[in-house]
Design a protein around this ligand. Structure first.
Ligand code: NAP
Length: 279
């Protein structure tokens, strides 16, 4: 944390992670603060794992209003908090720190980030396959359970990890090599398709969309991934990771400030940035 971070104690927010890399969260939250006429700012706080405990002590001492939590702190931060929301408990990870009645609590708004875009499709979601078994896959399983999807399955490159995930959530494990099949929804929670060395890759064969009705790619940079492009070419509807990012961020902002930002305008802010930065 910056030594002068307590200069605006009534409105300080930020994100911790290590390495933090480039995050769109400051863009969204600083836009939100300005729109709402609220004081303060949202800043990046690159925080090494060994400094996490001291960071949380500073959050308490300075009464920092809100913190977004990203890799590798989403689970490690939990023992330093006074309590967890039901969603954070369900996922087993935290992406949001906030204050209620003098207690520093942890929530997981990634679940809302997934539930909101899928709500319009709820009636058609008979089955869903989650690709990957990391933190985002756990949020996906929690969201699909909340949505009442009857048949939820997970497939992962490393079989041992998928079995633990399936057991934790009471869902089916499918071998990675046998993932292609008939699914109402396929969610990509692997980094395949992300800007960089994985950009041209997809977790799904381009000629195997015959049994798929909807895809949701959690990767949001680029906005249109190889997986989505292949799905669209096969006539399959797509949801973008940008929708998840938007909704998890809108939920955080509301938890911290009580203000629900305009979804359409917030989406425009993010899309404009993606266009300008080549995402
Ligand atoms: P993570 O915990 O590191 O998990 C990554 C998963 O992807 C693991 O199961 C891993 O499999 C699998 N994987 C990695 N490389 C692969 C490859 N080459 N082929 C097949 N599988 C591979 O990461 P995470 O936190 O879950 O995040 C995953 C993705 O979700 C990231 O792209 C992240 O940006 C995105 N995400 C988006 C949002 C949003 O708001 N849109 C929010 C959270 C996360 P192994 O077990 O075999 O290593």
């Amino acid at each position: 944390m910056q030594p002068n971070a307590n200069k605006k104690p009534q409105g300080q927010y930020g994100i911790i992670g290590w390495p933090l890399g480039h995050s769109k969260s400051p863009l969204l939250h600083n836009w939100g603060l300005k729109q709402s006429g609220l004081p303060g700012a949202y800043v990046p706080w690159p925080t090494q794992p060994a400094k996490l405990k001291a960071f949380v002590a500073e959050v308490r001492a300075r009464h920092i209003k809100g913190v977004s939590v990203t890799i590798p702190h989403k689970q490690a931060v939990m023992p330093f908090l006074d309590g967890l929301t039901d969603r954070a408990k369900a996922v087993g990870a935290v992406n949001t720190l906030f204050w209620r009645e003098g207690k520093l609590l942890g929530d997981n708004t990634d679940v809302e980030g997934l539930v909101k875009p899928l709500e319009a499709h709820r009636g058609a979601l008979k089955s869903a396959l989650v690709l990957g078994a990391g933190g985002a896959a756990r949020a996906a399983c929690a969201a699909l359970k909340e949505l009442g999807v009857a048949d939820i399955a997970v497939a992962n490159r490393t079989a041992s990890k998928v079995e633990k995930l399936a057991a934790d959530f009471g869902v089916r494990a499918v071998p990675w090599e046998e993932r292609v099949g008939t699914w109402s929804l396929v969610l990509n929670t692997t980094p395949l398709g992300m800007l960089g060395e994985n950009q041209d890759q997809s977790p799904w064969p381009a000629d195997a969309f015959g049994g798929v009705s909807l895809v949701f790619d959690l990767v949001y940079n680029p906005v249109r991934t190889r997986f989505m492009a292949d799905a669209q070419a096969a006539g399959v509807a797509c949801l973008s990771g940008l929708s998840m990012f938007l909704h998890q961020g809108l939920a955080q902002f509301e938890i911290w400030t009580g203000v629900r930002l305009d979804e359409g305008r917030a989406r425009q802010v993010l899309m404009a940035d993606m266009i300008l930065t080549g995402g």
